[in-house]
Design a binder for this molecule. Structure first.
Ligand code: KG4
Ligand code: ZN
Length: 340
């Protein structure tokens, strides 16, 4: 089966071609530079960029995979959650393409696709489900922070999510406070490598609450008040690196401890992770250390499949079609608030 997948839920326009769990092509056109000027994603601009880039991204994915549109057996696109107008571009393009080649169409939940991205690896990338196990999956991005119990393929339950800001949003807002450009996560990661994570004691929100939810808005506010109270810190590069490392340590500790606690409680022996923040080196390192200690297998998305991409949409669509899922009607609308 050859599947063409499209993703346009936020600020990456992506098209992928999947055949038998292999990613033949995965083209991503990122809008980061465009939105950096505004300090965050501007939905209207994102939509225009998707309109401009989806055609070329799709053509180049097909070309890279060495196939023509007439060879495609099914089309998939993200249906939600995401920015409404951005979703509309990919969903309607996917439905139109499927209609034009008289092939089935599948609307995919973006978060369900993230659950599959840790299983895409290798070069060329293969969806290796041979080691697939019941797991606790951490999805951490600029828009979402979710803990999910994956009981089996296509069978999952959300355990908790953020009650305010997402973890990536917290990285970006803390970065803004110290003058870093958007998105600040990668730069905080880099600066933290030469900073002291114990220099300043920022709060670990909801760490001891008896649930699997997160909250990061208070942590960002605490960094803001701290910087307001100590303006001299801005004059020392080392102090700013220490602020980055200390804020990062707070975010990472909460994510790691709550993930491992959920895994232990549920008795699963596998933890997976995806989303842009999974690229964070301290998070990857500390998850690995905690999993080793707890005897848990850790399966993190490789960096190129951590952030939004159409390959993960295609992989989950293929699994669904193989499991006998019914196609999504061609007039089905977007579902911007679609929960997992
Ligand atoms: O999944 P993603 O590409 O897009 C969506 O949010 O949909 O995630 C982007 C987020 C941004 O908040 C960015 O700052 C964060 O992931 N991020 C990181 C790192 N790389 C990306 N945060 C911390 N450390 C990183 N290395
Ligand atoms: Zn995402």
């Amino acid at each position: 089966m050859i599947l063409l997948a499209l993703e346009s839920s936020c600020d990456e326009t992506s098209a992928a071609v999947i055949r038998d769990s292999r990613v033949l092509a995965n083209t991503i056109s990122s809008q980061i530079a465009l939105h950096a000027e505004y300090g965050g994603v501007v939905p209207e601009l994102a939509t225009r960029e998707h309109l401009r880039n989806l055609g070329p991204a799709t053509r180049s994915a097909l070309e890279a995979a060495g196939i023509t549109i007439s060879q495609v057996d099914a089309v998939a696109a993200t249906r939600g959650p995401g920015l409404p107008s951005a979703l509309l571009v990919g969903l309607k393009a996917g439905q139109a393409l499927a209609y034009s080649i008289r092939k089935p169409f599948l609307g995919i939940n973006h978060h369900e696709a993230h659950l599959y991205s840790p299983w895409i690896s290798g070069d060329p990338p293969v969806g290796d489900f041979s080691e697939f196990q019941p797991s606790v999956s951490l999805i951490v991005s600029g828009g979402h922070t979710l803990l999910v119990h994956v009981k089996n393929e296509l069978d999952h339950e959300v355990l908790g999510s953020t009650v305010d800001d997402a973890a990536g949003e917290c990285f970006d807002k803390v970065g803004k406070l110290i003058g870093l450009p958007y998105p600040a996560g990668p730069e905080i990661d880099r600066l933290s490598a030469r900073g002291n994570p114990s220099a300043y004691d920022f709060p670990r929100p909801m760490l001891h609450e008896p649930n699997d939810d997160f909250s990061f808005a208070g942590l960002k506010t605490s960094v803001r008040y701290f910087l307001q109270k100590h303006p001299a810190l801005f004059e020392s590069e080392q102090c700013l690196r220490d602020v980055c490392a200390s804020a990062q340590a707070a975010i990472v500790e909460v994510l790691v401890k709550k993930t491992i606690r959920a895994a232990n409680r549920l008795g699963v022996t596998c933890v997976t992770g995806s989303g842009g923040v999974i690229c964070n080196s301290a998070l990857r390192r500390d998850l690995q250390i905690a999993c080793n200690k707890a005897g848990i297998k850790l399966q993190l998305a490789v960096r190129k499949f951590s952030t939004d991409n159409a390959a993960m949409i295609g992989i989950v669509a293929e699994r669904k079609l193989l499991a006998g899922a019914a196609p999504t009607p061609l007039d089905e609308d977007i579902d911007p608030g679609w929960s997992l």
